[in-house]
Design a protein around this ligand. Structure first.
Ligand SMILES: Cc1cc2nc3c(=O)[nH]c(=O)nc-3n(C[C@H](O)[C@H](O)[C@H](O)COP(=O)(O)OP(=O)(O)OC[C@H]3O[C@@H](n4cnc5c(N)ncnc54)[C@H](O)[C@@H]3O)c2cc1C
Length: 228
């Protein structure tokens, strides 16, 4: 897929949680990507310019639109810009990049992430679920507390409508009626004929990868994207 650089305008910005926003921008007709990929934003502030990567949340089926879930980190160069970003602001974007793509030869996909790592996994689910009705998709996502859950109602609805999709949200710092503990706790015992996709902070990616290898998963069946 050709890498493009283009100017993109903010269409909307919405607060998803206390520290996470959903940012929608437009995209030119020429821009195409695969579910699971990311773009870089050029952030210009105080005469300084830095590049930051963000995974695309929506499906490539949706044309001329790019959505992102972005965690606002106190004092972060890009985060502080996004905190004040408003409709009609523009950014220079470049992409698509990344190899966290669906393995179309597999029929059992385990998507594992933390926090904003949900973005590319969401894109993969909403893009491929209807395309592969005979494949099983399982999403395990960890956040600290219930109020940190991202797109929770949406995933519950997708699960209700699609018997071949299982949604496993797990909380690491709060008890609730659902699952608790790290994502590792909820990995399958039988890892045969499954493909794993891991996305989020480096420590999570490394820990899950390590555990999957110990369980006997072949390296080629583990795909990942590190956020730091
Ligand atoms: C391929 C890829 C895809 C990514 N996709 C997303 C995405 O979809 N959504 C998203 O929110 N981020 C995503 N990131 C992370 C993003 O690129 C930035 O690193 C992040 O937004 C912080 O940038 P900043 O300029 O605000 O902070 P910086 O100024 O770079 O850092 C400020 C401080 O925050 C710390 N820090 C950096 N990242 C985190 C973090 N995640 N949690 C806690 N502390 C942190 C740094 O170590 C530093 O101390 C992705 C990264 C990669 C490599």
């Amino acid at each position: 897929m050709a890498i493009e650089t283009f100017t993109s305008t903010v269409l909307s910005k919405k607060n998803l949680t206390e520290d996470t926003i959903l940012l929608s921008l437009d995209a030119p007709d020429t821009f195409t990507f695969n579910a699971g990929q990311f773009v870089t934003f050029t952030i210009v502030k105080d005469g300084e310019s830095k590049s930051r990567a963000y995974s695309i949340l929506n499906s490539p089926v949706q044309k001329n639109k790019l959505e992102f879930v972005i965690k606002l980190i106190d004092g972060g160069f890009a985060s502080e810009t996004f905190r004040t970003t408003k409709e009609k602001d523009t950014f220079e974007l470049k992409g698509p990049f990344g190899h966290l793509l669906l393995d179309e030869s597999s029929s059992n996909h385990w998507l594992i992430g933390c926090g904003c790592g949900i973005a590319p996994l969401h894109s993969i689910v909403v893009t491929h679920l209807s395309q592969y009705p005979n494949s099983q998709f399982t999403l395990i996502i960890s956040v600290k507390t219930q109020k940190d859950l991202l797109l929770h109602d949406l995933f519950l609805k997708i699960e209700q409508d699609n018997p071949h999709f299982t949604y496993i949200p797990t909380l690491t710092r709060e008890e609730w009626t659902g699952k608790t503990g790290r994502v590792q706790t909820h990995l399958p015992d039988d890892v045969k004929n499954k493909t794993f996709y891991i996305c989020g902070l480096n420590s999570l990616v490394e820990d899950v990868k390590e555990l999957l290898l110990q369980k006997g998963v072949d390296q080629k069946n583990i795909k990942f994207e590190r956020y730091n």
